[in-house]
Write a protein that binds this ligand. Sequence first.
Ligand code: 5GP
Length: 213
Amino acid sequence: MKGVLLVISGPSGVGKTTLVKKFLEEFKDEVVFSISCTTRKPRPGEVHGKDYFFVSKEEFEKMIKKDELLEWAIVHGNYYGTPKSFIYENLLKGKSILLDIDPHGAFQIKEKMKDAVLIFILPPSWEELRKRLLKRKSESEEEIKKRLAQAREEIMVSKEYDYLIVNDEVNKAYNQLKSIYIAEKRKTNRVLANIEKEIKDSYLISLIKGEGK
Ligand code: 5GP
């Protein structure tokens, strides 16, 4: 199978994590989550190797030098990046991959992989986004200000994405996300690529069995 590379972005507090978790739970047999590396400190409840690989600045810079990252960016003053090997290994296995990354990273991925699907999650309003960030209480006032400024910039580039979902109601937003994924799997080039692969595989099998002489 040729999997779908789903790239999801959206400002902090927009409810991305809830949507992503629900999606990964429903499609756990076919979709894997790309665990990013970051130099940000873990938040309460976050687990190394599950939410992120929490690394030092030195370790991260070493990964950049060794070209081990498919993309990377500095977000809110911290490094974030996608390890290359995991993506390639899973694409080879035919898995779909979900990446939760910022727009800089998303555009780097699209540049390298044209059939990546870019989805942006928008808040229903600016006021609602501010309210959600305040409710989260995991960041200082200064941090919230930084995140709102960043949100403004991110929303401005969302017009370059393939799909926009407004998260005003989580079930509605989730159904839209799911519909995009299901439709993308049926894209003609993906379906034909899968058939081609099956034909190639069965041809090779017949050769091995000596039927292709
Ligand atoms: P947070 O610190 O709230 O977990 O994430 C902050 C931002 O960094 C989010 O917009 C998230 O999508 C982005 N991010 C997480 N991992 C990566 C990554 O590997 N690469 C890039 N470019 N952005 C990332």
